[in-house]
Design a protein around this ligand. Structure first.
Ligand code: CA
Ligand code: CA
Length: 333
């Protein structure tokens, strides 16, 4: 964590320094463009908005610095929802971002730290994919996704590269089809189900690309195209034993199916730290590697802090013990 923040500081400093030089000379690589994707989806769905570079100059894009603005009342960037694209080289070092979920701002930084052009962006393609959840309160219609402030792009030779910017949008649509909703909650020994633990369960319809995530109340809602009358929901979240809910019939007369309620939510078992489909000693070993670490320690692992209280200790082991030696098939018992 510390190393990453140091990296961010270094990237910021280098990018700002380069920007000062960049204004002194300009490469005439007419035609370089950055395009923010346009997507559509309905309330409760997740969508992926790509940000792509086109007509990248032969000298490559050595560094860039730009900010994207979206409507935070309509969309939410998912946790781990900013994924560097294939043209970002050695992204763990060269690529960084800062998200402000309250104001709907994402700042992107890229810098070839070799200084030799070895990690400059040389080809056209997707620079970053941004995964958004469309909020349940989102009204039907278009919402701009655009840049704000100065967007700086620099070549390997420290020349400014002028960029044409195409803004994108999210079109929130009314979707036809069956609606499936429900509530999910972690089944914890301490009975604590704080909102941090209820949100961000991924809920997908098996065999389709339909997917959403739970909100802070553990609520989810999906729309399934007419024609599918029966489905399986696949529920996953980092650190939890994955679960399938089979045989959901969608043929209720009003087209609306509730698979679980606030009073009787679908329960998920925590403790599959290594995501191998079982809660066992291997997971305890993962926790023991970071035992007694707290959030301020560089080795702290959010995944091992089962109850999300900022410390990795016996309480987390106890939380795992509740469903020790269980596999997904045990959920039906
Ligand atoms: Ca495991
Ligand atoms: Ca803990």
């Amino acid at each position: 964590m510390r190393r990453k923040s140091v990296c961010t500081s270094v990237l910021l400093a280098v990018t700002m320094l380069l920007s000062m030089f960049l204004f002194n000379s300009t490469v005439q690589a007419a035609g370089f463009e950055m395009e923010i994707g346009s997507v559509e989806g309905c309330k409760g769905e997740t969508v992926i908005v790509p940000v792509s570079f086109k007509n990248v100059p032969a000298a490559g894009i050595n560094n860039c610095d730009f900010t994207i603005k979206y409507d935070a009342s309509i969309m939410k960037v998912l946790e781990d929802g900013i994924i560097p694209g294939p043209i970002a080289r050695n992204a763990s070092i060269t690529f960084d971002k800062i998200v402000d979920p309250n104001s709907g701002i994402i700042k992107f930084l890229y810098c070839d730290e070799t200084g030799l052009g070895n990690e400059a962006i040389k080809s056209d393609g997707v620079f970053v994919n941004i995964k958004f959840l469309i909020k349940q309160t989102a009204p039907i219609g278009f919402n701009r996704i655009r840049t704000v402030g100065v967007c700086t792009f620099g070549s390997t030779y420290l020349e400014a590269v002028p960029a044409g910017i195409t803004e994108g949008n999210l079109n929130v649509i009314e979707k036809q089809g069956y609606k499936v909703s429900g509530y999910i909650t972690p089944d914890l020994a301490m009975g604590d189900s704080s909102s941090a633990l209820k949100s961000d369960f991924s809920v997908g319809v098996a065999g389709t690309g339909i997917n959403t995530v739970t909100d802070e109340n553990g609520f989810f809602q999906l729309y399934i195209e007419n024609g599918i009358t029966n489905c399986t929901l696949a529920i996953t979240k980092d650190g939890f034993l994955s679960r399938n809910i089979n045989g959901i019939s969608l043929t209720s007369p009003n087209g609306f199916t509730e698979v679980s309620s606030v009073a009787a939510p679908i329960k998920m078992w925590i403790g599959d730290i290594n995501n191998d489909g079982a809660i066992n000693m291997k997971d305890i070993i993962e926790i023991s590697k970071v035992f007694n670490f707290s959030k301020s320690d560089s080795g702290y692992s959010g995944k091992c802090d089962i109850n999300k209280d900022g410390r990795i200790n016996m309480a987390d082991i106890v939380a795992i013990a509740k469903h020790f030696n269980r596999v997904p098939a045990d959920y039906s018992i």
